[in-house]
Each structure stands twice: as C-alpha cells, then as structure tokens.
Design a protein around this ligand. Structure first.
Ligand code: PLP
Length: 399
C-alpha cells in the first residue's frame, strides 16, 4: 500500500523499533499526510515533541536564516543564539545557567555527572548514589538506563552502572527510608511519562524538596517530557512550586530539532568548570536559533495557556468516554496535554483502528493509550478523536 517504502526500510534499518505501517511525508499543524496522501490527526506529536505542530513557518524561517549565516563553530567560541536561548530559559525558570546538548539522555547524563561532581568537589566523593523512581524513564544510554526504574529497559545490558537506588514514585516515606550516607541526589519526572502517565499525589514534590533540603541532597527533575508547556504550565514543577536544583529538557525544546538542555542553579553549576563536561554539537547556533523561536512563540503567543485550556477540555471528554465504556476503560489520568486512558485490555488494536480512521495515538505499558497532541490542538479535533474512540472501544469487547 505504500509504494514499497516500508519493505525497503525493513531491509536496511536497525530493528530497534516496532513501527506502524505508515510512511509519513509532510505535516501542517496537527495534521500529517502519508505517502498515499491520506491525512491523519496527530495525537502523538513525535512523542510530545512537536508542541507547536508540524511545518511551522516561523520555526522553518528561523532555522533557514541562521543556517545561511552560521551552522556550527564549536563551543570554543560564543554565539548569539546560544547565549539568547540560555537567557530566555533562565529568565522563565528557577535556573541561573544552561548547558546544551543534543538529546534527553544526554541532558540526564550531564545531570548525573554534575550531581556526582558537586559532592566530590566538596571532598564528599563517597556521596555518589542517586535515588530514582520505580517505573521512571530517563533514557537509553548506559547511565540513563541504569537510572531508569523499568526491568524491560535494563534487561540484557548488565552490568549496569552502579549507584542507583529505586523507590516507589509518590511515596515520600519510602524515599526518606532509602537515604543513606552515600546518597547525593533524588532524580524524578514530575509526572511519569513513559511509565504510564502517572501523576504523584498532591503535595509530593513539595515533600521531596523538603526531604532534599533536610538531608543536603540535590533534587533533579527530568522534565524532558513534561517541560515546554506539555502539562499546562511552561514547566510541570510550577504546579507544585517546589523547585529543583537541576532540571533536564529536550523533546519539545526544538519542536522536532535535536536539542537537550540541563538547567541549573548558580551554586551547583559552579562545580562544572572548563573541561568537566562537553559535547561537540551542544547548542549550535542553528539549533538554538530554532529553539529560541520555539520559546518565543510558546510564551508570546499564549500557547501554553491554550494547551492548559484544551487539556482540561480533553480530560473532561475522556472522563465522559470512560463513563460510556466502563467495561474497557479503567482510568483517565494526566494533566494538561499529557493524558492517558488505561484500558482493561491491550491497547494496540485501538491504535490500529484509530489509524484506519485517520487518528494517530500511541500505546505505552501495553494498556495505556497516551494522548500528547501538539499544544495548538483545537477542541473540534479533540471531539473528532473522542467520536472515533466511541466507535472503536466497543470493538474490543467483541475481539
Ligand atoms: C524521552 C525521554 C527521555 C530520553 O530522551 P531522548 O532524547 O530519547 O534521549 C528521558 N526522560 C524522559 C522523561 C523522556 O520522556
């Protein structure tokens, strides 16, 4: 059905992904087109990446303009877009300094290294263990998969990097009990994304901040999925008011262009001196110019507030949907436009049936449908998806 592209791809691409049978060729806003020119409403957004939608002319222009001027010179020199992006990110967050890299995993690697360095620089090198959360997701490099609390991601890659302990997400008492003389930091996602769109109980982040202050630990937020407006605030931690010492970003920061960032307070950043950490492509002028335009559009055009509003609407519609299909829907979860629907059966057939009807959604942890559309999604598009799910969910019972 797709001109043999899929067959050709299956012969030559590494088999690390189970792909949907779809060759996508172009996009505009929340809509994508395949190689047969069929269109789809996109509730995946490249996994919470394309928050401003596809084919955004202003981002394309910022990218093209900078690409003609200067793509890359290395961090041996200063460039204006990198400086301006760091200014913008520190102005709108708790942080004083930014380190740029190319992906989420790389941002988390930087955070893990910085947490260790922070204590070794104070001659407390014994403090190197990081408490992470069960069902967390922090990436696929050796350090970040070691920090990830999911067996299926770690299996087969042992020995893992030593120095990570795990406690249940949302349980402040378990966290307190796990802290030992070697603990240096706590690392968590304010809302767990890949782990199943899991929000912590009210007051949890404030409690974790309090524990970290009591015990002299650094608090690291992985906002790679939750940041850049996804949960209805620019950063998810703003819902709680509990600020971290280190925060990592990636996914939506470039709206699809590869960029990661580690944001950090002055006192913690101070231990990362010249030579401590580096990456060739981190913060190139061409990528930071695009990310700067992303931040400008998100903030100046009120897109975060729009996402919060339609997110509330979407959640209400999912709750109605759950009431209409109590035999297949177990739970509605999430915040802003990071939403999930837990089913009582595997979700893959729903994903396939929605795709046939022109809607892209994705399924995580076998039974959880995840909805992370571009933040520019409108209520009629949400209504259309709900109608589609109303039609598809009853089919599960007959299967
Ligand atoms: C996607 C994700 C990562 C990994 O980012 P990559 O860019 O794929 O390396 C890390 N943490 C969270 C919370 C994520 O959602």
């Amino acid at each position: 059905m797709n001109s043999g592209y899929m067959e050709r791809a299956e012969k030559v691409l590494a088999t690390t992904y189970k792909r949907q049978p779809l060759v996508l060729t172009r996009g505009k806003g929340c809509r994508l087109w395949d190689s047969q020119d069929r269109s789809y409403l996109d509730f995946v957004a490249g996994i919470a990446v394309c928050n401003l939608g596809h084919g955004h002319p202003d981002i394309a222009r910022a990218l093209a303009t900078q690409a003609e001027k200067l793509c890359h010179v290395s961090n041996l020199y200063y460039t204006v877009p990198q400086m301006e992006l760091a200014e913008r990110l520190t102005r709108v967050s708790f942080a004083d300094r930014a380190f740029f890299c190319n992906s989420g995993a790389e941002a988390n690697e930087a955070a893990i290294k910085l947490a260790r360095k922070y204590f070794s620089a104070k001659n407390q090198g014994a403090r190197h263990r990081i408490i992470s959360m069960e069902r967390s997701f922090h990436g696929r490099t050796m350090a970040t998969l070691s920090a990830t609390g999911q067996d299926k991601i770690q299996k087969g890659f042992e020995p893992l990097l030593d120095g990570f302990d795990f406690v249940p997400f949302g349980d402040a008492d378990a966290l307190r009990r796990q802290i030992g003389p070697e603990t240096c930091a706590v690392m968590l996602e304010p809302v767990q994304g890949e782990g199943g769109v899991r929000c912590p109980p009210e007051g949890y982040l404030a409690e974790v901040r309090h524990i970290c202050d009591d015990e002299g630990l650094l608090l690291i937020y992985d906002e790679i999925q939750t940041g850049i407006g996804r949960t209805g605030k620019l950063f998810a931690y703003e819902h709680s008011g509990a600020v971290p010492d280190i925060m990592t970003l990636a996914k939506a920061l470039g709206n699809g262009l590869p960029i990661g960032a580690m944001l950090v307070t002055e006192s913690v950043a101070a231990v990362f001196g010249p030579g401590s950490h580096a990456t060739t492509f981190g913060g190139t002028p061409v990528i930071t110019a695009a990310a700067l335009e992303v931040m400008r559009l998100l903030i100046d055009k009120g897109i975060v507030a729009h996402g919060a509003e339609v997110g509330n609407y979407f959640r209400g519609r999912l709750e109605d949907l759950a009431r209409r299909h109590p035999d297949v829907v177990e739970d509605v979860r999430g915040i802003g436009l990071l939403l999930g629907l837990k089913l009582s059966t595997p979700g893959d057939p729903v994903v396939a049936a929605c795709m046939e009807r022109g809607f892209l959604i994705n399924c995580i942890q076998d039974r959880i449908l995840r909805f992370v559309p571009p933040l520019v999604v409108e209520t009629p598009e949400i209504d259309a998806l709900i109608d589609c799910l109303d039609e598809v969910l009853p089919l599960l019972k007959d299967a």
